[in-house]
Design a protein around this ligand. Sequence first.
Ligand code: EPU
Length: 302
Amino acid sequence: MRLTDVSLLAALPGLGVKHIPGASLAGRTSLGIGGTTDLLVIQKHKSLPELACMLRVASIPYRFLGGGTNLLILDGHLPWIVLQLARRTPDIRFDGNMVWVDAAADLGRTVTTCAKRDLGGMEGLIGVPGTVGGALRMNAGAYGTQIGSYVREVEAFRAGTGGIETLRGAEISFEYRHTSFAPDDIMLAVKLELPSKPYSEILQGIRICNEKRRSSQPLNQKSAGCIFKNPPGGSAGRMIDELGLKGLNVGDARVSDRHANFFVNTGNASAADMLALIAEVRERVRKAYGVTLENEVIVWKD
Ligand code: EPU
């Protein structure tokens, strides 16, 4: 979608918002799939309520893009504009065991920066690609760790009220790959409380998780991580593997040979290819196991 509203365009610099016309979203997602649209990069969080209000008044639909690592976006000219937070420096502040992190900060770098301050707990999250905000919104987890366990406060823009609010950790429900945030809430910053641990011990945990991940996941290929959530008590990857579906492809969208719940873009996969592969695998699993797998990947379709 092209932004043509003259008064809105004129207001953007004053709000600290950078306008990138016709941005390619394929280059901004780990799957390397996605069409084009105008991108607004927000330098000042405080501008978000005013910007959102102006977009609403001008009837301009928008989506919010985090790190783009768990996302499948439609091809072509997209029917909404995209907002993204600029990275702020410094993006981490410490006070004892409390850590304030900007939502646009890289999750892996946050884990290692905290480790250097002898603050641990999040070792399992090393190697989970994306931003702290993205991890927070979906309660990202790996190797027994979920980010939600460490959250004490979240600053978020709430589209429902149109304002920025600070929520206490206890007010937010964190479940397996799900939180109580509304789909259109935008994470801005988080306060984490991390347990003290010697750096050497954290480093050891980080090495073990990195090794496990390297040996079981296709890290050097374009993917969005796991495509499906694990069903209660089961493993989507194991089920797909047991059905012999590794290597199954639609165009350049392919079930990884390394981990069957990772679908990789081996070249120029389209969103339609990836969606067709997802539908095919879901159907085969349903027929064989009677289980309908739920997407973990977020799909921006319409
Ligand atoms: N397995 C297979 N074949 C495969 C893949 C897995 O047999 O192709 C088996 C494994 O041998 C293992 C079991 O399935 O016995 C579980 O596999 P794994 O340890 O790889 O974990 P997962 O349940 O497939 C989850 C998360 C990952 C996270 C890992 C490590 C989900 C959907 N996935 O995968 O998170 O990295 O545990 O903790 O919860 C993601 O969320 O995008 C993601 C990749």
